[in-house]
Design a binder for this molecule. Structure first.
Ligand code: ZN
Length: 146
């Protein structure tokens, strides 16, 4: 295993062990659920908006594999403080990273989210890594939360 994938591994393990923003939110404006039947991952995402469509707070709770938990944790840290539009753009970029056509577009580093780049080699794990993002997108969609 290369040093780089060691680093990626440690980020995922860290976020799985101590997930950030892992709590139910009682004053959320939106919420949505995600379920990945392939792996059994299940989670719920909450979003609270501030002024100007800013995502003031975002949290999640759920059960699932290390990749789904770490991805949910990293997702919350990535979109907190962003606008709704920026978060949706990030969703697209993350989706490209884990499930888009190769190669990954250059100059589009996603910071810590880049740790999930390796997932694209394991199609069965793509849904684990993208579950929280799909739940976020549902929560941000204009339709009422499901
Ligand atoms: Zn999973």
């Amino acid at each position: 295993m290369s040093d780089l994938s060691d680093l990626y591994q440690s980020v995922i393990l860290d976020h799985n062990r101590s997930p950030r923003n892992c709590r139910a939110m009682t004053d959320a404006h939106r919420e949505a659920e995600g379920f990945n039947p392939l792996c059994g991952d299940r989670l719920r995402v909450w979003v609270r908006f501030g002024a100007g469509d800013l995502i003031e707070d975002v949290s999640f709770e759920g059960i699932g594999c290390a990749i789904s938990q770490a991805s949910a944790s990293l997702m919350t840290t990535a979109v907190k403080g962003k606008t709704r539009a920026q978060a949706l753009e990030l969703f697209d970029r993350f989706h490209d990273l884990v499930a888009g056509e190769p190669p990954v577009p250059p100059g589009r580093s996603l910071g810590k989210l880049q740790v999930f780049e390796g997932v694209r080699e394991y199609p069965s794990r793509v849904k684990c890594a993208s579950l929280a993002w799909h739940a976020l997108r549902s929560a941000l969609a204009d339709e009422p939360a499901r």
